[in-house]
Ligand binder design. Structure first.
Ligand code: KG4
Ligand code: ZN
Length: 333
């Protein structure tokens, strides 16, 4: 079964053709990041306009690269939640129009479920159940994936998402948006123990995260040092901050796996590209005899291939939208 998938939840306009949820036939991503960089973050109004301009060429391109016509497609999957509402609406309305004109079934797909599904592409043998750490610019969740379309949130952030904390810390150090990627690179040359940073916990919930205190601590460290005329080693600050964020993520994730007696661990979302998160979780899982899966780096960020993968399982479970499908800025997984 071939699915044409569409993604427009944030600042990437993407389309892909995916076969049977696992095989990517084509995948096109048009990023707006260079434009949003000028403003230090995503400007929703600009994002919507750029999606509207890019959606037709991106979808056309994905079909051309797949060497397929719409007649050879079996269903259309689209991200309908969560995300920037104006951005989501571009993809949803385009997909609805395409579905109406072709008669193809329309499959509404949840963005975080799609991030999880990126692992089905990178790891062809991976099947639920497993425990997944979903870490992106807007979310930090520990999710029990009971089945392809049955999931339970075990823990989540009470304030900033991990990606958001990375981006804000990076911005304070003058790195361009989205700073998480640059911070990760600079951290490679630093000492993770150079600065002592807090490990905020959430009282009453051992699986929930809180990154806002940690973010403020590193921002205060940078500002206070600048005021005193002390020049900090940037690589050391990045390494210490990355180590602290990864430590918080790892601790709760491994504790949840132990308590739930899960032996299959998976990571997903933009932050799952983080080098330290990948290497240190791999190390911990090897040590404890746990299976560990991650998406290839090119599938960690937003793309439509992951939408085509999750869309396939949504379709199999009977999740077909009617013509009044709407987009939603927030929605539980
Ligand atoms: O999943 P994603 O592409 O978009 C959302 O759904 O939010 O995640 C984007 C986030 C950004 O905050 C970005 O800085 C972060 O993922 N990110 C990273 C790395 N690569 C991307 N954070 C830390 N280390 C990385 N290597
Ligand atoms: Zn995302």
């Amino acid at each position: 079964m071939k699915i044409l998938a569409i993604e427009s939840s944030c600042d990437e306009t993407a389309a892909a053709v995916v076969e049977d949820g696992r095989k990517v036939i084509s995948s096109v991503v048009a990023s707006q990041v260079e434009e949003h960089k000028l403003y230090g973050g995503v400007v929703p109004e600009i994002a919507s306009r750029r999606h509207a301009e890019a959606i037709v060429p991106v979808v056309k391109n994905s079909l051309e690269q797949a060497e397929l016509t719409l007649k050879e497609i079996d269903a259309i999957a689209v991200t309908y939640a969560p995300g920037l509402i104006g951005a989501l609406l571009v993809g949803v309305n385009f997909a609805k129009g395409l579905s109406l004109s072709t008669g193809l079934p329309l499959v509404p797909t949840h963005h975080l479920r799609s991030h999880i599904a990126s692992n089905y592409i990178s790891n062809p043998n991976l099947k639920p159940p497993f425990l997944c750490l979903v870490v992106s610019g807007g979310h930090s969740h520990i999710v029990m994936v009971e089945d392809y379309t049955k999931m339970r949130i075990i823990g989540k952030t009470r304030d900033d998402a991990a990606g958001e904390a990375f981006d804000k810390a990076a911005r304070t150090m003058g790195m361009p948006y989205p700073g998480g990627i640059a911070l990760d690179k600079v951290a490679e040359d630093g000492d993770p123990f150079a600065f002592k940073l807090p490990r905020p916990t959430v009282s009453g919930s051992q699986y929930d995260f809180s990154f806002s205190g940690l973010k403020t601590a590193v921002i205060n460290l940078i500002h206070n040092s600048a005021q005193k005329g002390i020049e900090l080693n940037k690589a050391d600050v990045c390494a210490s901050f990355r180590y602290a964020v990864v430590d918080c993520l790892k601790t709760n994730f491994l504790k949840a796996a132990e308590d739930l007696k899960v032996d299959k661990l998976v990571i997903a979302g933009g932050v799952s590209a983080n080098r330290l998160l990948r290497s240190s979780l791999q190390e911990e899982c090897d040590k404890h005899g746990l299976a560990f899966y991650m998406p290839e780096k090119s599938l960690c960020g937003d793309n439509a291939a992951m939408v085509g993968s999750q869309g396939y399982y949504e379709f199999l479970s009977g999740n077909i939208a009617s013509t009044d499908l709407n987009a939603f800025a927030t929605m539980s997984i």
